[in-house]
Ligand binder design. Structure first.
Ligand SMILES: *Cc1c(COP(=O)(O)O)cnc(C)c1O
Length: 373
């Protein structure tokens, strides 16, 4: 007899990207920022450590909320802080999706959404992207009992009851593709949906477009953000949600009482205040991204137009093994992400690093294509 809930026992569990020892490999596999975060963030941590950590943090990260509210043109009660945006996504899933109810996500996209549904004992429906990385109309419609082509939906045990769709996740820009839907397209989806839509904007700073304006127009739209990618603070663990106060009021009940520690609140606040740092760093990463993208295309890879800090690279024919290329790069000290999506396809996701590291990685890819092993 097992003591474990059946939905936990049967799930595979989310597997994060590899984290080699410091200096062991050039990390281009988990979309971290290659540059050092704003010094203001480090100053804030040092100052707070000096003052001491004997007190509990502010439970809602009020200082951060004020700065974020000003930046996004909302009030502080439109913001909820999280221990990374993964924490935000966990809280949202727990707030909106009950056991056996339905959560929808596009496919292929961020695998964590499905894991969160599994933990919750909820069902998930993966709606496949079309060939041009747009979404079929079905994505914004009530779930069908038996959906058919031109989209594919993974089979659900017992089929989908049409009243059970409770939450939809949309990473925009998407991972692994780096592609983006326009604000108008997202608005159309939100307006049709019978439930809330979470736009996961982990990479929005690299895209230059954002659905935060939609949160103000449509009460069903929520936007999640992270400090991990564009602010170079993946190790800090800080993310936040922008949503209507009546939504935030409910999600605050679900979060751990002190889900963010004082150090991370202080550092995230200082980093967010340093928009000059963000602008300068993002500009550099975008320019490296453009070079990575065009060089990989020249080598013959299919690379959809990226609006993030990574590119999605797939070879047009089966005569190249993405996994072998990944291992070749790894043996030469470059870690990229080999992704295989069942019933869909595979490729390599390469994070934009410094100019030097990114160029060196592409040089290695070229050597592999020239027959080196
Ligand atoms: C990286 C990533 C996140 C998680 O960010 P954290 O704040 O580090 O938890 C969320 N969504 C997507 C799509 C991501 O790629």
């Amino acid at each position: 007899m097992s003591f474990i809930r059946p939905n936990i026992e049967s799930m595979a569990g989310y597997v994060p990207g590899e984290q080699p020892k410091e200096g062991e490999a050039v990390k281009l596999n988990t979309n971290e920022n290659p540059y050092r975060a704003s010094e203001k963030a480090y100053d804030a941590i040092r100052a707070l450590a000096e003052r001491g950590l004997s007190r509990y943090p502010n439970a809602v990260g009020q200082n951060f909320r004020k700065v974020a509210a000003e930046l996004f043109g909302v009030e502080p009660d439109w913001i909820m802080c999280g221990n990374g945006s993964d924490d935000i996504l966990t809280i949202l899933t727990r707030t909106f999706v009950g056991e056996n109810q339905l959560l929808r996500l596009p496919y292929p996209s961020y695998i964590l959404y499905k894991s969160l549904a599994e933990i919750q004992g909820a069902r998930s429906e993966e709606v496949y992207f079309l060939d041009d990385w747009r979404l079929p109309d079905y994505f914004s419609q009530a779930p069908a009992a038996a959906p058919t082509a031109p989209y594919r939906v993974n089979p659900l045990e017992g089929g989908a009851a049409s009243d059970s769709l409770k939450l939809v996740y949309l990473p925009n820009p998407n991972s692994p593709s780096g592609t983006v839907l326009s604000v108008e397209e997202v608005e159309k989806i939100a307006n049709n949906l019978p439930c809330p839509l979470v736009v996961d904007e982990a990479y929005a700073d690299f895209a230059g477009t954002s659905c935060v304006e939609l949160v103000k127009r449509n009460p069903r739209v929520m936007v999640s953000r992270t400090m991990s990618k564009s602010y170079a603070l993946a190790g800090l663990r800080f993310g936040f949600l922008i949503a209507r106060p009546e939504m935030i009021e409910q999600t605050l009940k679900v979060k751990d009482s002190y889900n963010c520690d004082s150090l991370s609140i202080a550092a995230a606040t200082a980093a967010l205040e340093d928009q000059d740092w963000l602008k300068a760093t993002t500009k550099k990463i975008i320019s490296t991204r453009e070079r990575l993208q065009s060089r990989m295309r020249e080598l013959g890879f299919i690379v959809p137009e990226s609006h993030a800090n990574f590119t999605w690279n797939s070879w047009p024919s089966p005569d190249l093994s993405h996994e072998e290329l990944y291992l070749f790069l790894k043996n030469h000290g470059f870690l990229v992400r080999y992704m295989k999506y069942p019933a869909w396809g595979e490729g390599l996701r390469i994070t934009v690093g410094t100019d030097e590291d990114t160029d060196a990685c592409v040089d290695l890819v070229a050597r592999y294509l020239n027959g080196e092993r």
